[in-house]
Write a protein that binds this ligand. Sequence first.
Ligand SMILES: C[S@@+](CC[C@H](N)C(=O)[O-])C[C@H]1O[C@@H](n2cnc3c(N)ncnc32)[C@H](O)[C@@H]1O
Length: 321
Amino acid sequence: MDDTVIDREFAEAVREGLHQRPRRLSSRYFYDARGDRLFQRIMASPEYYPTDCEREILRERGPEIARAIVAGGVFELVELGAGDGSKMGHLLDALHAEGTAFVYRPLDISPHVLDLLAERLCPQRPWLDMQPWAGNYMDWLAQPRRPGVRRVFAFMGSNLGNFEPPADRDFLREIRDSMSADDLLLIGLDLKKSPEVIRAAYDDEGGVTAKFNLNLLRRINRELGADFDLDGFSHRPEYDPDTGAALSYLCSEREQRVRIDALGETFAFVQGECIRTEISQKYDDALIAELAAAAGFEVTADFRDRRGWFTDQLWRPIGPG
Ligand SMILES: C[S@@+](CC[C@H](N)C(=O)[O-])C[C@H]1O[C@@H](n2cnc3c(N)ncnc32)[C@H](O)[C@@H]1O
């Protein structure tokens, strides 16, 4: 571990999270190069339905979504947490078919995943004006906006569900505050459904989700000089159908101590003690309506897959900015 390359923000987030009770680590840090690859494998696993559902919506309803976007005039498409672009091609093609030129700005904290996105989307689309940006989308939103450019934000894959309430509302508010009256938000939300289907999605037979979760400890070991024993922690997913919260934990198999050099601290874990690593909130209509209203949006269109498991919605800002 070289002190000049320690990501201080990461180190402080780990310190703060491990001192909390219950302990937490932010899912934002899942996505190093290995995490990106594992997430691609999760998306391809038979149990992980959200990607297939959203792909179906963008493929089947893409032209309708595109018409609703283009109707508002010239725009740029800003995608928050774009990932590898495996679904977005359908919407980009539908927008292109409408005959309007637009800039596509995929934003992601992982430069590696933006390379994958470019490899996937660009070769067959010479017309695509893509301007990727690697960094924290919170920082991008905080920048002053260029005057005169209408923005359509895309926040897909039920990424909102990874924000612990009330951070979900606060983040929607931040998006809302950066919008003008004729801007739009296209948001993908995973809906409540059979608990068995949801539990399986976070506990695939192939064990890829477990590897993805444990990769967070591997990353802390590598980047912060820690000695987490990866065999000493296990992946534990939980789903509460009442609240719609799917939670992932890493639980200590035994009593153990973990040293993190970058923090100059040692953390003691008792057997069975868990670190919460991810929330993936599942939504129903009432929760969506409440969230949209609380953040200053009106739902103007709702596109669902044939099973009704996932929704992509267009939200329009309302009220004072
Ligand atoms: C669950 S993946 C979903 C990717 C894509 N939206 C999809 O639907 O397939 C979340 C993505 O958001 C990115 N991400 C997470 N937190 C971020 C942040 N604060 N700023 C920018 N990107 C972030 C991750 O690197 C990852 O690619």
